[in-house]
Design a binder for this molecule. Structure first.
Ligand code: GAF
Length: 387
């Protein structure tokens, strides 16, 4: 049982707050995306893995119609609100709005107006771009589905509801990748997800290949505004080229519009078209264990995020360059996630991990002078009820 410590923490927080044991404990993992960034809301391809870091939610029914929440990772900070719709935002925003958002969409999807006690604990690094918020949303959905027997909601539907909570309640217009991989991840595999149909193809991680995640410690400030702006720019590009989503565009089509498209909008579109194609191409590279090809695709993806999509920052560029230098031709590295800080992901032969880790710890410093934090991860299974 990989989450024993987190399970103990969430059970302790629940019993301290409510004086009883929960009826249900659910877990949902964070994620790392190997390649295909910002392609999800353009109906393109992504290639993420669920991580062996997770958020756990303990839940039990109450006799009234109030929702009570405690968060062990925020010094047992709490929130309380009524289950009756409409559910209002928390006056200070922050993590309570993810809980309120999920309750709001679940109530609309058939959850009764019954009170619930909730406790939350986890070990997904917060604010590092590893989808701690999606893992919280999905863990809440899975716990409440079980508590109220909402069996008509399959994992894909839960992922959609969690995404809706973030889009409509929290206000980040994210795509489906983070919630879907958290709900549907498969141990030992990345998933190639077609974000139009939501069909996913499991891609086994080749034996002897390590996934390294390196936290840059660059704080991701004002990210939602930039994220939503990228989404608007992609929509503008699709509209200008007469397609419903950039998934339906191509480099030749982009070329046809080169004289009339705004240069920034054209670069945003080029990133989406090429990175979605790279996600598809990465499947063959991984399947044949071709780390050199995978490294080339990851390097091209990083350049595209830096120059065309403009979502990297100098410290992340430096971190990725250090990783690429230390890894050499057998493997590669790129920024992963929404951008403007967060983490780099690297794929490399397992026997190179110690040397690469040492190189990065010795040579990288964030703008505030912090060392990187290095994790070696194993692709985990998606969300589940814990025994
Ligand atoms: C964030 C979003 F939540 C995802 O939907 C995705 O767009 C990602 O950024 C970039 O690939 O994690």
């Amino acid at each position: 049982m990989p989450h024993t410590l987190q399970q103990q923490r969430v059970l302790a927080a629940f019993s301290k707050a409510y004086g009883s044991a929960p009826a249900v404990v659910a877990q949902a993992p964070g994620r790392v995306n190997l390649i295909g960034e910002h392609t999800d809301y353009n109906d393109g391809y992504v290639l993420p893995c669920a991580l062996d870091f997770a958020t756990l939610v303990a839940a039990g029914k109450r006799d009234d119609d109030q929702i009570h929440v405690v968060a062990a990772d925020f010094a047992d900070a709490g929130d309380q609100f009524g289950a009756a719709l409409p559910i209002a935002h928390h006056p200070q925003g922050g993590w309570p709005d993810y809980v309120r958002g999920v309750l709001s969409v679940l109530r609309a999807a058939g959850m009764p107006a019954c009170g619930v006690n909730l406790a939350i604990a986890g070990n997904v690094p917060l604010g590092a771009g590893l989808s701690s918020s999606a893992s919280l949303e999905v863990a809440l959905c899975v716990a409440l589905r079980q508590l109220f027997g909402l069996d008509q909601l399959d994992n894909q539907m839960l992922a959609r509801l969690a995404q809706r909570a973030e889009n409509e309640f929290v206000g980040c217009k994210c795509g489906i990748m983070d919630q879907l991989i958290s709900a549907c991840g498969q141990a030992g595999h990345a998933l190639l997800i077609d974000c139009r149909s939501l069909a996913s193809t499991p891609v086994p991680m080749p034996a002897g290949v390590a996934i390294m995640i390196v936290e840059s410690k660059v704080r991701r400030g004002l990210v939602d505004g930039e994220y939503n702006l990228r989404r608007q720019q992609c929509e503008a590009a699709a509209l200008a080229m007469g397609v419903s989503k950039l998934r339906d565009a191509s480099l030749p089509l982009l070329e046809q519009y080169s004289a009339t498209l705004d240069a920034t909008i054209a670069r945003r579109a080029r990133h989406i078209i090429t990175d979605s194609a790279r996600a598809e191409q990465a499947v063959a590279a991984l399947a044949s264990g071709n780390l050199q090809r995978m490294g080339e695709l990851m390097a091209a993806s990083h350049v595209s995020m830096r120059d065309d999509f403009a979502i990297t920052v100098p410290a992340i560029d430096q971190l990725v360059a250090l990783l690429q230098q230390a890894i050499g031709p057998q493997g590669g590295a790129r920024m992963t996630g929404g951008g403007f800080g967060g983490c780099a992901v690297a794929l490399l032969p397992a026997e190179r991990v110690a040397a690469v880790r040492e190189h990065v710890l010795a040579h990288y410093r964030s703008p505030e002078g912090e060392q990187a934090v290095v994790h070696v991860c194993y692709p985990a299974a998606g969300a589940a009820i814990l025994p």
